[in-house]
Design a protein around this ligand. Sequence first.
Ligand code: SF4
Ligand code: SF4
Length: 347
Amino acid sequence: MIFRVFDKDELKKLFNVMVSANKVIGPVEIGRDRDNKPIYAFNEVKSFDSVRLDYTTTKLPAKRYFLPFKENLATFSLDADDWQKKVDYNIDRPFIFFGLHACDINALNKLDKVLLGSIYPMPYYAAKRENMFIIGLDCTPQPYCFCRSMGADTALHGFDMFITDVGDLYFVEILSDTAFNFLKNIKTAEPVEDDHIQYMKVVSEKNKKFTTHVDTTDLTKILDMEFQSDVWKQWGEQCLACGTCSKVCPTCYCYGVEETIDINLHGAKKTKFLYSCNLIDFAEVAGGHNFRPERHSRLKYRYYHKHRGFVEAYEESLCVGCGRCGEACLAGITVPEVIASVRGEAG
Ligand code: SF4
Ligand code: SF4
């Protein structure tokens, strides 16, 4: 890994170089909530002044740019007597993500394991992922963040460059040739000892700001032991089965596929849409049998997928501790509380 530092004024120059030839996605403020707090989203940005480098967490994760909620997989048309199939990976030009937090980069790394590294890679995801340049940005932990507990507060890979505000300067970690070449457009310098010290000070201060923690010690074993626990029924009674938690989750990737045929029988379409394991028909199969008709069993399996099955397959959890699901849940169900209750630690 190569490190550099640069003056804060240089960041705008870097942005302008990037935006001149690329589609740049960055955090912007899109409104205010009822407490007058800013609501952030990842949107296309054309001006550096609209990028909110101080953003907290976006309501929706960046995954809509590589796992869109709804995506056309293939179009079929009848040409003479033959069906022609057209596949579109739905990418227009390279994307630059300007300012992803470590948790969201780690979410992408987890998705890569399933959607790129498994025996059934998803070409639609791969095509978008290949055309992505990622600039990470350091953040300030919010009261609902527990990424540190999930080992997702720092990104070790999955980005091209990662920028940390160290006071008067930006400290940048460089992981790709493209990033190195982009940085040739602005003035950078080798960090000196004082810059390293300042960087470590910033990291240490950040670590003190985490107030929410999840004890993941032996969690897979505890989940195995507590599979029949009544706590699942209690959370199930609270759950509205709305599916919002999956919608806002940067690591949820379950989907359904729908096939539609034009009324004149000359065309057809295959469409993929993200789905939630908490929705009532998630486990319904042909013939009408539903393997998980009860809310508590669906909620339970969401937790077992993330904190049990995925750990068994990939030796890491499918949760980055971003806290989005807890913040968005109208029933007030949060991961730290659910895990604590399974561990018998609820107050
Ligand atoms: S957001 Fe909350 S209420 Fe809705 S499905 Fe998820 S846990 Fe249940
Ligand atoms: S389960 Fe919740 S806290 Fe974990 S990654 Fe998904 S949205 Fe974030």
